[in-house]
Every structure is written in structure tokens, then in C-alpha cells.
Design a protein around this ligand. Structure first.
Ligand SMILES: [Fe+2]
Length: 476
């Protein structure tokens, strides 16, 4: 399927001298703005809020964080009403931040592990030393909003004031910040490390109590950032970045640096019936590394799984801050890839969906999660070697549309359905964009079908690059 590129916007707006490094500076200021300056027309049907989390303080415990994932979490909220846009930002009030402020020994983060003795190491990994620095993603479940990272400590916060309410405890030792909403519940997975390690799937209706859905033994667990669901299955894509649990407990390396890449091993697709908990099968695809699943669905006896795939785990090393804070960070190539799994025959085919860089993917989740989809949106890297564009991929035709302006660095585009629109791509994308030259950010509103700009709202400061956010519809 030959790709095409359309709809590139290059209209100049300001002198461009800065670069992406502005997005890796600490943001000290917490603020509230009732109405941001808006250019263009924000749809009046947007009446909820876009809430995002991400690292915003990169000095922890008197020294710099090593990895992008280890900056301290800040929430940002864009509220929509009658075409106007309010804004507020606030740090999460976590134990991780309290320790950073008081100079106490920091908690172990993803790749900034201060624990150098075996004794401290064991304590921090398998005891209440988990970091609560919830800077990856968030969910609303019922009346509650929770910010998430990969430790089992969701942080409950007030979605209006962004005030921190407190920490919960979810199952497992390592979990995902990308749970799924299915059948009125949150479905998530976790790794339980031990002499007999297991992957477990859990469901929760309230974010407080969890019901175990499935348990799969594993000798060397993989590092997995997200997973997929279909109408019937939960799917774990265990790429060959694996850890010996003993190494995790005893080595002096950071959490993620305890994992080892095994180029000679396949990616194992672990397919679990999420209604019965029975393992449907384990299937082998080529070795690759995946942070994010795009979507998955069943097609007769086939399972279709779309992911953002890297050749190997180099992406993790490329996100260390000393590498990101160079003029040309050169992120490794990532592509939208489709695996088709013959559930009975056992074979897996692999194909590139489009010739484009695609990360931080989003779909029309309410309409297509676990079902056949046609469109995926995401952020992509261009010539500068860092994410500098928003792309839309038609996975049926391979066609690609792009939004790009030199010197502007967008984050994850969040799709919001137009309530009066019928098509899968009828709606808008909301993305926080850094204007590097002006050292400020703006909220960009794009038509999700065409990627044409509808509006932008100027924020009074530069928002550090974050990971994920959610559009929270107005409560009725
Ligand atoms: Fe993620």
C-alpha cells in the first residue's frame, strides 16, 4: 500500500531559533488562567477538559534526573466552555516530590536509581519504596481521576483543582499506565516478581478493589509498557527485553537497566481470553520493541494487532536526558506495524502499515477500541530527529496526512469525537505544542479528518514535554 503525504502547513508565525531542548527544562510556575488568548474557533461542543500529566521538574534530590521518564509529575488542565479555553497547572503532591524537596533519599525511578547497596535495593523494590511519581498517564473511573505510572501506586486527584487527594494501591510489582476501559471496568495487567513470577490481568470497577482475571507464569518477565484488548482477548506483546527477577532484586542497576535485550528471541504474543482467564495461546513474531499498542481486534480466526514498533530497545537509551538535550537527538525509527495472528494455525504475519514515524498513538477509542479501526493519529519524528509533527494514518490505504510547522514540537494528539459527527474521524485532535523560539506552548486544535488547524490557545509558559492525557467530558 503506497503511502502519500498531504496537508502540510508551513505558514510562518514567528522567528524560529530555539529547538526542542526548551521542552526539557524544569517548569517552576504553577498558574491558573481563566481565558487563554485564542486564535481561530474552538468548537462550542467541546465542554469538558483535557488533562495531561508529565515530567516537569528535572532536578531531584539535589541532582539532575537521568531519564526523561524520571522528571517529577505535573498536571495540566485545559478547560473548554463556549469556545473559550482556561488553563491551570499544578505539581502532583507525591512522596517522590516531597523527598526531592526535603533532600531525603529519592525513591527509585525508572532509570534514576539512587539505591546502590544490595540491602537498600531489595528494600526499595519489594517494599513501600515504590515511586509514586505518576507522570505517565491518567484515567477517570466513575467519579475519580487517577494519575498513573508503572508502579502500583495510582495517585487520586481532583480534576477541577488538580489538587492531590492521595495514593491508592493496585496489584503487582510493575504495572502499566495504559489500562483499558472495557465492559464498565478498568482492565490492567501487572507483573508479580518472585521465585515464580507471573503476568496477571486484573479488573476494577472503582480503582480501589481488583478482581484477578488471569494469571500466566513467566520465568523471565518482559518490560511491557502497554497491552491490547479485543472483544474476547487481552494480548500481551512480550518483546525480548527481559529480566531475571533475581537480577532485578540484587543488581545495582536501575529498574530498566536491569533488563537485557535478547536479539535472538522472538516477540511472544500472549493471548488470554479475558472472559474466562484461559490462555488461548502464545505466538511468535519477530523481535522488536513496542511502547504503544494502537489497537487490536478479531477478524474471524485471526487476531489483528497494530503497534508502534522499533527494531530494538535503543529507544529507551535514546530518551536519557543527556542524549535528548543535544541538538540532534536522533530518535530511532518507529513505524506502525500490523501483526495478523492465525489463532488456530499459530503463524504470525507482519506488515508495515505506512511509511511514516508514528508514536504516542491514539484512535477513536470509544468507537473502535477492540474493534476494527481505520484511522490512527500520533506524533512523529522528522528530519530534526525529534517529534515535530502530528500524523494521521489510514491503515486501510496507507495514506498519511501531516501537520508540521518548523520550530514547533507537538505532543500526543488526543482525539475527541464531534457529538454530531458520524465518521470514525469526525472530531478534533488536541495537542500541546512547544513553540521553541518563543519559549511558550500552545494548545492546538486540529480537524481530526483533515489535520487542518481550527484553533490555538496560547499558554503563558513552556510546558515540558509530557506523555499522555485524556479528554474528560463534562459531568452531567
Ligand atoms: Fe505510554
Amino acid at each position: 500500500m503506497p503511502p502519500t503525504t498531504t496537508s502540510t502547513t508551513d505558514a510562518p508565525r514567528a522567528p524560529r531559533t530555539g529547538d526542542h531542548r526548551v521542552g526539557f527544562r524544569t517548569l517552576d510556575r504553577e498558574t491558573r488562567v481563566e481565558a487563554l488568548p485564542v486564535e481561530g474557533d474552538v468548537p462550542a461542543w467541546l465542554t469538558g477538559s483535557l488533562v495531561r500529566t508529565g515530567p516537569a521538574q528535572f532536578e531531584v534530590g539535589g541532582r539532575g534526573a537521568r531519564h526523561w521518564f524520571d522528571g517529577l509529575a505535573m498536571l495540566h488542565r485545559f478547560g473548554f466552555a463556549d469556545g473559550s479555553v482556561s488553563y491551570a497547572n499544578r505539581y502532583l503532591d507525591t512522596e517522590a516530590r516531597r523527598r526531592a524537596s526535603s533532600g531525603e533519599r529519592p525513591l527509585a525511578e525508572f532509570a534514576s536509581d539512587p539505591c546502590r547497596s544490595i540491602f537498600a535495593r531489595v528494600q526499595s523494590l519489594f517494599s513501600p519504596g515504590f515511586t509514586d511519581n505518576a507522570n505517565v498517564n491518567l484515567v477517570r473511573l466513575g467519579e475519580r481521576c487517577m494519575a498513573l505510572t508503572e508502579t502500583p501506586l495510582p495517585i487520586v486527584f481532583d480534576e477541577e483543582t488538580l489538587a492531590t487527594i492521595g495514593a491508592e494501591r493496585s496489584p503487582g510489582d510493575h504495572t502499566t499506565a495504559h489500562p483499558h476501559h472495557v465492559d464498565g471496568e478498568l482492565l490492567t495487567y501487572a507483573v508479580h516478581f518472585g521465585a515464580r513470577s507471573t503476568y496477571r490481568i486484573h479488573a476494577s470497577a472503582d480503582g480501589r478493589s481488583y478482581r484477578e482475571v488471569a494469571r500466566v507464569p513467566v520465568r523471565e518477565p518482559g518490560y511491557m509498557h502497554s497491552f491490547a484488548v479485543t472483544q474476547r482477548y487481552a494480548v500481551l506483546a512480550e518483546h525480548p527485553l527481559l529480566v531475571n527477577p533475581l537480577r532485578l532484586a540484587l543488581s545495582a542497576e536501575s529498574f530498566i537497566e536491569s533488563y537485557r535485550w535478547h536479539a535472538d528471541r522472538p516477540t511472544r504474543l500472549i493471548v488470554i481470553d479475558r472472559h474466562t482467564g484461559v490462555l488461548r495461546g502464545t505466538y511468535e513474531a519477530e523481535p522488536c520493541f513496542v511502547f504503544h499498542h494502537i489497537n487490536a481486534y478479531e477478524d474471524g480466526a485471526e487476531l489483528v494487532l497494530d503497534v508502534c514498533a522499533y527494531d530494538d530497545d535503543e529507544i529507551i537509551r535514546s530518551l536519557f536526558l543527556d542524549r535528548l538535550r543535544t541538538a540532534e537527538p536522533r530518535l530511532p525509527r518507529v513505524e506502525p506495524r500490523r501483526w495478523c495472528v492465525d489463532l488456530d494455525g499459530g503463524s504470525v504475519s507482519s506488515e508495515r502499515l505506512a511509511d511514516v514515524s508514528l508514536e504516542l498513538p491514539r484512535v477513536n477509542y470509544r468507537a473502535v477500541n477492540g474493534r476494527r479501526h481505520r484511522y490512527a493519529w500520533g506524533a512523529g519524528a522528522g528530519d530534526v530527529g525529534f517529534i515535530d509533527r502530528i500524523v494521521k494514518v489510514d491503515v486501510e490505504s496507507g495514506d498519511v496526512a501531516t501537520w508540521h510547522e518548523p520550530g514547533r514540537y507537538p505532543g500526543e494528539p488526543v482525539f475527541v469525537q464531534d457529538p454530531s459527527g458520524a465518521g470514525e474521524d469526525a472530531g478534533v485532535l488536541l495537542s500541546v505544542v512547544l513553540d521553541a523560539a518563543r519559549e511558550t506552548s500552545f494548545l492546538l486544535v486540529l480537524d481530526a479528518a483533515t489535520l487542518e488547524e481550527r484553533a490555538r490557545a496560547e499558554v503563558p509558559h513552556a510546558i515540558p514535554f509530557g506523555f499522555h492525557g485524556q479528554y474528560l467530558g463534562a459531568r452531567s
